[in-house]
Design a protein around this ligand. Structure first.
Ligand code: FES
Ligand SMILES: [Fe+2]
Length: 399
């Protein structure tokens, strides 16, 4: 498999304004918070290297503005929310959700200052309990109505982890069926066995893998299907939404768990998860990943036992290992193997879509047609199958 060069790695990982990947990722809506949590105070966020404030005006309308006040650059997250918008704490400039300056205290009305200033603002929409914003050129595409956001059924939303690393290594982790055996096998026993068969395919929305492992008894298999959806959502079945027993009625929407790897900046990522139809008793919280550093043990104890104990929980294992690749994985030093076909497909997909954007087109997964956006059902499975089902599945895939 071709090695990713240092130059290609730069292109794949940098997300600021004006960078090729930054321009591609700005063609999509990104989640930046949970609807329930945004009440009457503005908050400081960062997305794709841009410092922003998120707030909800007194009428309930959410807004995203450039973080620094257009007057003298105070951070607007310290301001007051009012009926009409957000007021800067420093000298009281008032902005609405569209960045219009409504008041500039002390300035003569006739100076025209507030009419001449337009503060940076981005569109905001809410769906499935999440708040999304869009940083790209107008007109904004539609916010995709994926079934896990818009379908009828229970869902819960959590921040899975804040990683001190680049977004792409988090996304690649979702197209990496082998890591599940070695990183998570201790706590997710059925996955401890290496897959017997893996199929990678390109889809309308991104890439999918289908992994078949030996099951609990002779003639039974575990089937796991996991997607990467543009711009960086991993979605599939797993043991936080399914026991593997398939007791769905015909026509039921698939229970899935999906993770957005949201680029905060080049070296920080918010991994945000929505579970669709989760079992009620299993709430999930923010992973406390293990931070590794040279001689850490001696910094923490005079008489340490050397070595690391990785936390035994799937999210914390992922968070810990992803940070261990370094702030931005040095892909030029990798040696990709046969198991990395999916990771290579993900990289190729992004590179192709960068070219589509450069040519003025809409990249994969951008939708503008309302009829296509009624409800987008994304599959994803974690289930036990028989030998017959396995044979049918492999046949379908081969055809
Ligand atoms: S810095 Fe915001 S009003 Fe002066
Ligand atoms: Fe994982």
């Amino acid at each position: 498999m071709n090695r990713t060069t240092k130059e290609q790695n730069e292109i794949l990982t940098r997300v600021g304004p004006g960078t090729p990947m930054g321009e591609l990722l700005r063609r999509y809506w990104w989640p930046v918070g949970f609807s329930d949590h945004l009440k009457d105070q503005p908050t400081f966020i960062r997305l794709l290297c841009e410092d922003l404030v998120l707030f909800r005006d007194g009428k309930g309308q959410p807004g995203v503005l450039g973080a620094l006040c257009s007057h003298r650059r105070a951070n607007l997250c310290l301001g007051y929310v009012e009926e009409q918008g957000l007021r800067c704490r420093y000298h009281g400039w008032l902005y609405d959700v569209n960045g219009k300056v409504l008041q500039t205290p002390g300035e003569p009305r006739e100076s025209g200052l507030k009419e001449n200033v337009h503060h940076l603002s981005y569109p905001v929409e809410e769906l499935g309990g999440l708040i999304f914003t869009y940083l790209g050129p107008q007109p904004a595409p539609l916010l995709p109505r994926f079934h896990f956001l818009a379908g009828e059924g229970e869902r819960d939303q959590v921040i899975q982890a804040f990683n001190n690393c680049n977004w792409l290594q988090c996304v690649e982790n979702g197209m990496d069926p082998y890591h599940v055996s070695f990183l998570h096998g201790d706590v997710w026993r059925p996955m401890a066995i290496e897959p017997e068969k893996i199929i990678f395919e390109e889809t309308e929305w991104g890439v999918v893998y289908k992994a078949i492992r030996p099951g609990r008894k002779e003639g039974e298999y575990n089937f796991r299907m996991h997607y990467i959806i543009m711009p960086g959502i991993a979605s599939g079945g797993d043991n936080t939404v399914s026991t593997g027993e398939d007791n769905r009625e015909a026509g039921d929407l698939p229970p899935v768990t999906c993770r957005w790897s949201v680029p905060i900046d080049d070296t920080h990522t918010m991994n945000l998860r929505v579970r669709f139809k989760p079992p009620k008793q299993r709430r999930l919280g923010v992973a406390q990943q293990l931070h590794i550093e040279p001689y850490k043990e001696y910094k923490e104890s005079d008489t340490p036992t050397l070595g690391y104990r990785i936390p035994s929980a799937v999210f914390e294992e992922d968070a810990t290992i992803l940070d261990s690749l370094g702030p931005i994985a040095d892909r030029e030093n990798e040696h990709l193997s046969a198991i990395d076909e999916g990771v290579a497909m993900v990289r190729d997909m992004y590179v192709k879509q960068i070219e589509v954007v450069k040519a003025g087109g809409d990249p994969k997964g951008v939708i503008r047609d309302k009829r296509k956006n009624q409800l987008i059902v994304i599959g994803g499975s974690y289930k036990w199958i028989s030998a017959d089902e396995r044979a049918r599945l492999e046949q379908r895939t081969a055809s």
